[in-house]
Each structure stands twice: as C-alpha cells, then as structure tokens.
Design a protein around this ligand. Structure first.
Ligand SMILES: C[S@@+](CC[C@H](N)C(=O)[O-])C[C@H]1O[C@@H](n2cnc3c(N)ncnc32)[C@H](O)[C@@H]1O
Length: 220
C-alpha cells in the first residue's frame, strides 16, 4: 500500500517537472517530437559536428527528435522539409512516424541482418557522423542494465570502426556507474579525440551523459 502511494507521488512529481520543463515547452514550440532534440543540438553547437553534405546514421532514433534535428541541420536555412543536402539513415526497434528525407529501418541493432540493412542503405559509402541514443529497457538490476548498455555501445563503436570516414564522429549516450570507465577506455583506444559531454538539456538527476569520439585511430 505504502509503495503505491509513494509511486503515485513520484509520478505526480515527474508530471509536474515535465509540464514545467523549458525543453518540453521548446520542443512543442519548435515541432520536435521529444526534448531529446536539445541534447544533440547542444552537443552539436558546442563541438560543430554535423554539417550540410554529411551522411549521418542515427541509432535508436524513435520517436525521431534527433533525426528531426539532423534533418534541419542538413537543410538550407534549417527547414524541416524540402531540400536536403546530405543523407540520414535512422534505425530503431520501434516504429517511427516518417520524417521527410530520412531513410528509416525498423530492427534490432544487435542483429546481423539489421546491420546488413544499415550497410546496404549506406550504398557502399561511409558516414561522417554516427549518433546513438540507444537505451535498453531497464530491468532494475544495476549489473544487468550496465551490461546491456555496454553491449549496445561496444556494438556502436564497432559499427563506427567499419562504417565511419577516417575523420568521422561517433556520439553515444551512456550512464555513469558500473562499466563507464571501461567504455571511456574503449573510446580512447578507438578515437583520436574523446570528449565527455553533459548537455544542460540532460536532467541533473539523471546519470546519463554523452561521449563524443572524433577521428578513428585505425580505420578499417
Ligand atoms: C531514448 S530513446 C531515443 C530517442 C531519440 N534519440 C529521439 O530523439 O527521439 C532510445 C531508443 O533506443 C531504442 N533501442 C534500444 N535498444 C535498441 C536496439 N537494440 N536496436 C535498435 N534500437 C534500440 C529504443 O527502442 C528507443 O526508441
């Protein structure tokens, strides 16, 4: 009984925070599907990663806010539709409402057949930027969750190694805690420059953070 009351209170607090969140309000005003768009926007504006003409791969794209942001970055004048200077290939386990000009693939990134579909969509070319906001469903067991996060990030690094241009960029979401230092080490082994970033749009109470790797040390 007590647990129910507590969880109701947590839900009420979450709802209150969500309604009053400036990024939620901005997303509604700017036509983004999720406040997550501003996390990528901040990272991009700080590090100048995405440019017109780029090929960008978005892993864990649903509901589509990051892809919407990239779409605007690759459009003349930042338009949400119309001319697109570059390519966007986006993947998620879940369905995603179409975004004009975005090549969307539904599937599990851990499956070989889905990787093949991604590589086919790239038509033999390499990506300038790979972004991954993939997050597994949490089980509540810290060690299981950390292991699942690690698998997705290790796979994203391996994908980047094989599919990024030599000076390309990988952005991944990860979480402070178990496994974090090992993933930073993996980034340092793989990329010439590694930057941890915690955008303001990422809530302070969340352990989520982002790692940016620039330039492959040993392109495949
Ligand atoms: C936080 S959401 C991404 C939000 C997105 N960046 C946006 O801006 O709308 C994380 C996504 O990762 C996806 N995901 C988790 N594991 C995945 C996997 N193995 N393959 C593909 N997508 C996965 C989930 O389905 C979920 O939609």
């Amino acid at each position: 009984m007590k647990t129910k009351t507590k969880s109701k209170k947590v839900n009420k607090n979450w709802l209150h925070d969500h309604i009053n969140d400036p990024y939620v309000k901005a997303a509604q005003k700017d036509g983004y599907r999720a406040r997550a768009a501003y996390k990528l926007k901040e990272i991009d504006e700080q590090l100048k990663l995405i440019h017109p003409g780029h090929t960008v791969v978005d892993l864990g794209c649903a509901p589509g806010a990051w892809s919407q942001y990239v779409r605007r970055r690759l459009s003349p004048g930042g338009a949400a539709a119309g001319q697109l200077n570059g390519r966007i290939i986006s993947l998620d386990l879940l369905p995603m409402e179409p975004i004009e000009g975005v090549h969307y693939i539904q599937g599990d990134f851990r499956e070989e057949s889905v990787l093949t579909q991604l590589e086919e969509a790239m038509q033999g070319g390499k990506a300038d930027v790979v972004i991954s906001d993939m997050a597994p469903n949490l089980t509540g067991s810290a060690s299981t969750d950390a292991a699942r996060v690690a698998v997705l990030i290790e796979m994203a690094v391996d994908f980047a190694l094989h599919n990024l241009k030599p000076e390309g960029v990988l952005v991944v979401k990860l979480f402070h805690g178990s496994g974090y230092n090992e993933l930073v080490d993996l980034f340092k082994q793989t990329f010439k420059v590694v930057k941890p970033v915690k955008p303001k749009a990422s809530r302070d109470r969340s352990t989520e953070t982002f790692l940016v790797g620039v330039g492959l040390k040993s392109p495949v």
